[in-house]
Design a protein around this ligand. Sequence first.
Ligand code: 28G
Length: 718
Amino acid sequence: MEANEKPTNMAEKDPKKASKAEDKQVKKNDTLSNTKGSATYSAKDIFVLEGLEPVRKRPGMYIGSTGTSGLHHLIWEIVDNAIDEAMAGYAKNITVELLPDDAVAVRDDGRGMPVDIHPQTKKSALETIMTTLHAGGKFGGAGYKVSGGLHGVGASVVNALSQWTKVEVERDGGMFVQEYKRGIPEYKVKKVGASKRHGTKVSFIPDAQIFSELEFSDRTILERLRQQAYLTKGIRINFYDRRRAEAPFFYGFYFEGGVLSFVKFLAQGKNKLNEDIFYVEKEMEHMDIECAFLYVDDTRVTEMSFANNIHTPEGGMHLTGFRSALTRSLNNYARAEGWLKEKEENLTSDDVREGLVVVLSVKLRDPQFEGQTKAKLGNPEARTATEAVINEAFKDFLEKHPQEAKAVIQKVILSAKARLAAKAARETVLRKGAFEGLTLPGKLADCTSKSAAESELFIVEGDSAGGSAKQGRNRHTQAILPLKGKILNVERARLDKMLANNEVRSLVVAIGTAIGEEFNMEKLRYHKIVIMTDADVDGAHIRTLLLTLFYRYFKEVIEQGYVYIAQPPLYRIQLGKTIRYAFSDEEKEKVSAELANAQPTKAAKAGKGAKAKDAAEEEEAAQEGDEDGSVGAGEGSAEGKSDGKRQPNIQRYKGLGEMNPEQLWETTMNPENRVLKRVMIQDAEKADHLFTVLMGDSVEPRKNFIQAHAATVQNLDV
Ligand code: 28G
């Protein structure tokens, strides 16, 4: 039944030093749970075993998988319980620790799991919770707000899937403990001392017989804890990674404002349109609805929705309710205040979501998670309740904050106008004949060949590189079209609007196929279209943009394999008269070492032929110059020496413009030497995605993205 059996390994890893014999015993009991013959285990244990056996048999049913996602699920289960205790109003602090030997410990300062003996089972409540499926009545109980939906099966599942578990409870003046091996208690709950404190600590080591992977990820855990901290305002969540004693790592989260803080976090580094952020927390039909949102100067939408603290990336009923309320409230307000004229059409849901940053969290009794990944809330009552709460609260907000309301209305009306304008632009640009009869652009240095099969078009970033490329090219087969890098900075428009841009039109005309209805592959003027950009951020940006353009309007050209990316060298390495180029840092090291080692030694020089002598003299002449030999010294400075050997001079190319025509030809354009990377449709697809998601429709978001991420790093310790 266990997939990855490594009993020996496990015994070694177990800090409790479980012997192999013990391991086997547990396993035997596990598989033969109805065999009441074991001397080591009492009837009670077998009962318990039956309780958890299904979990070990089909772990996937309880935690999704036995891979790394399932492994992390164990932590979520336990943390969810601690958060439940916080939501019930008792725990204020939760600590998660990763320890050596794959152990995890979670602590809370809540009431502590009950330890009293249950009259029917005659067992401690603690033991029942830990060893019975769905134990505790804590989940789904009347009026109880739960943190996990399909979770909530809780601690006993973790216990069943852990080679070792220990629960420590402080309450009623005492400290109580119980340990387990693969879900089986090692001893009855015992009081080990006095304590004035209260709380629960659960430690466990995931079972290597169950999980294919035992390594936890800090990042994954932190992301989850951050979210949970936002969703449960006022609790403190600490995280310690103590797996390597020499390099411990700590992180703490505390957010007074709940989802309001979350929204502020998501909007970091962006220009807020409204300083007063909308916030509502309300109970409606036994559901808790909490929501905060604001608008930023951006066209993209950031929506984070949760149901019972579980992220619902695919949205669902609660988000649908929110969207309708938002659209409706803004339309009502816009009409009432005269922002929308009678004959003008309503704002669409997309209009009112441009630049929106929203966090929506609902808590409800019996959440239904739907879809392939259970990432979508299915309860229809969540839609009506959310819609009602947002409608009322947002109407109120708009009335009380006329300043904010104005900024928001202007923004969404602009979005609507942009949508209509883009539609019109798309229609004009793509209309029949739009690109017919246009002459080849003046900026294009065309090739003389009339055969597309042998013709190549180099799209070059920047006029100076364009100049070098024009001079260095093979005029018969190679055409050069310089593109201003600035097309991106000036063009905050959507891609379809971009087609109206002159630079882009030149490109479309040069390619020859036209676009839209007119597209005709037969008219393609070059069978190699080579994108040649600098090896920096702007270069990458332009490349992404061009690939997106090709993906959307010249898909077939990519599919036929006609689009390429040039690979200009990153370094020029020179020693004496020898010049080599390197395309990566690794290659740079290799080539410089090769050059340094290949130079003739003093002894060897005497016996060399005329040619070698020339080289030696040249080297000697070079040595008379600058002797510092620092790597990266500019062109023209001489090579340095160490150990009697001179080090090559290395120049890093910051852009294509730094290469002269010959160098550009030799390294990047000459079919004999160059390396071209053919663009696959998947590359273009990725670029398209990046363009849409990351860059949005303007340069701003990219900047914001970088700022937001820089801010993340600084603001982690709140
Ligand atoms: C540290 C890691 C995970 C927990 C509690 C506290 C109580 C509890 C947990 O009770 C059984 C069922 C409904 C009452 C409840 C304590 C009431 C009074 C609790 C945790 C008994 C479960 N006193 N803290 N379970 N309920 N923390 N942290 O698991 O009727 S689980």
